[in-house]
Ligand binder design. Structure first.
Ligand code: CP3
Length: 367
């Protein structure tokens, strides 16, 4: 780890129970509610096509899922951004649709087209999904986690993840990405009992899956609810908050105190209810959430993470620098993890990511 700023390696934990020689990981400290002088940083989709070394790795296997299910290669993909930029966290290299695949649905990733799934639109389709087969199908992912855990520098946190049930079910029903997720919403409104069976099965699988990741060495988990923002209030409570609450409660039964980051992208005015009711311990903010409002209404509940627009990372320069300063000024006075408001896009210049991380290792200049 060549690029840790001075002083970072010597910060000690504020927790009197911790062994004094072992500096607590910055990400875990922020997640436990501590305000740090420099924010820990990791970026959603920090492994991926914007990295030349990822593109080289990707060519070694025919399909994207082969990469996710080959622990040696998935471990390498996980490590790439940590090695290159010295991120404070590694996020397991996998995909949220591994859960759909694990349940027995046909899932393909087509070049330039994104994921394509054999859609499920009825209770009969739901009954074909098998939780028994699931456990065996996803074991390579746990092996990836275990491998990464042995390689990470002592100051780097290992994050496991899953899609939240609403978002995973959305892809399972639509058969892929969608502009408005109209089909899944229609099913949820016209036949909530039938759609509820799908949500329940995905929720059960997600609990198994995240428990497996935690047992293998994940220290934090993040739930990606990328399409939470398409639902009105009542549906948001039923299909976003309630299943998330079931997952957080189940995970804490086996691992009390596990830090769980929820990312209900686009939740808008529902962010607050989500944060106080879903059981997540930290909140991922999308780029449309104003930092000054987040400071008052969300960071008062707990740690927040976010939310630089990924396109500002593409732009770089002064546009990026001033947005980063605004974010740090607004949220740096409380528990805060620096991240984007959504995943890195493939056209992101690698130098801009390096510049961003370097700037975050320096104190903010007073304006
Ligand atoms: O963050 C990381 O570096 C870890 C790996 C990770 C991937 N996907 C790898 C990936 C994570 C955390 C995800 C999450 C994910 N996957 C989400 C939630 C976050 C979000 O972006 O909203 C969603 C909705 C998916 C589903 C998905 N996977 C789509 C829609 C696509 C195609 C579009 C695209 O960005 O390529 C994928 C493919 C995918 N997942 C790739 C990677 C690196 C690219 C495929 C390739 O390299 O061939």
């Amino acid at each position: 780890m060549g690029n840790l700023g001075e002083g970072r390696a010597t910060v000690m934990s504020g927790d009197p129970a911790a062994t004094p020689e072992v500096p607590a990981k910055l990400l875990l400290r922020a997640l436990s509610g501590e305000t740090l002088s420099l924010p820990p940083v990791w970026l959603m989709r920090q492994a991926g096509r914007y990295l030349p070394e990822y593109r080289a790795l990707r060519q070694r296997v025919p399909g994207f899922l082969d990469l996710c299910f080959t622990p040696e290669l998935a471990c390498e993909a996980t490590m790439q951004p940590v090695r290159r930029f010295g991120m404070d966290a590694a996020i397991l290299f996998s995909d949220i649709l591994v859960v759909a695949h694990g349940l027995g649905q046909k899932v393909e990733f087509r070049e330039g087209e994104g994921p394509v799934l054999a859609p499920i639109r009825s209770s009969a389709g739901v009954r074909e999904l098998s939780l028994d087969a699931f456990a065996a199908r996803v074991t390579p992912v746990y092996e990836t986690v275990a491998r990464v855990a042995t390689l990470l520098p002592a100051e780097t946190t290992l994050i496991g993840f899953a899609g939240a049930p609403w978002t995973v079910a959305s892809y399972m029903v639509e058969g892929g990405g969608s502009r408005d997720f109209a089909m899944v919403r229609r099913w949820a409104y016209t036949d909530p009992a039938g759609f509820g069976e799908l949500i329940d099965r995905v929720t059960d699988a997600t609990i198994t899956y995240l428990r497996g990741q935690v047992a293998a060495g994940a220290e934090v988990v993040q739930l990606f609810d990328s399409w939470a923002g398409v639902l009105p209030e009542a549906a948001f409570r039923r299909w976003v908050i309630a299943p998330t609450r079931r997952i957080t409660a189940a995970l804490r039964e086996t691992r009390p105190g596990l830090p769980i980051i929820g990312f209900p992208r686009g939740a808008g005015l529902m962010y607050r209810a989500y944060f106080s009711e879903s059981g997540v311990s930290a909140l991922g903010l999308d780029s449309t959430v104003p930092p000054s409002i987040a400071r008052k209404t969300l960071q008062s509940i707990g740690p927040v993470q976010g939310n630089l627009d990924p396109l500002l990372l593409v732009a770089g320069g002064e546009a990026m620098a001033s947005a980063v300063a605004v974010l740090r000024r607004a949220l740096g006075e409380g528990p805060f993890i620096f991240n984007l408001g959504h995943g890195i896009v493939p056209e992101t210049p690698v130098e801009h990511v390096a510049e961003l991380v370097t700037s975050l290792r320096r104190p903010l200049e007073t304006p």
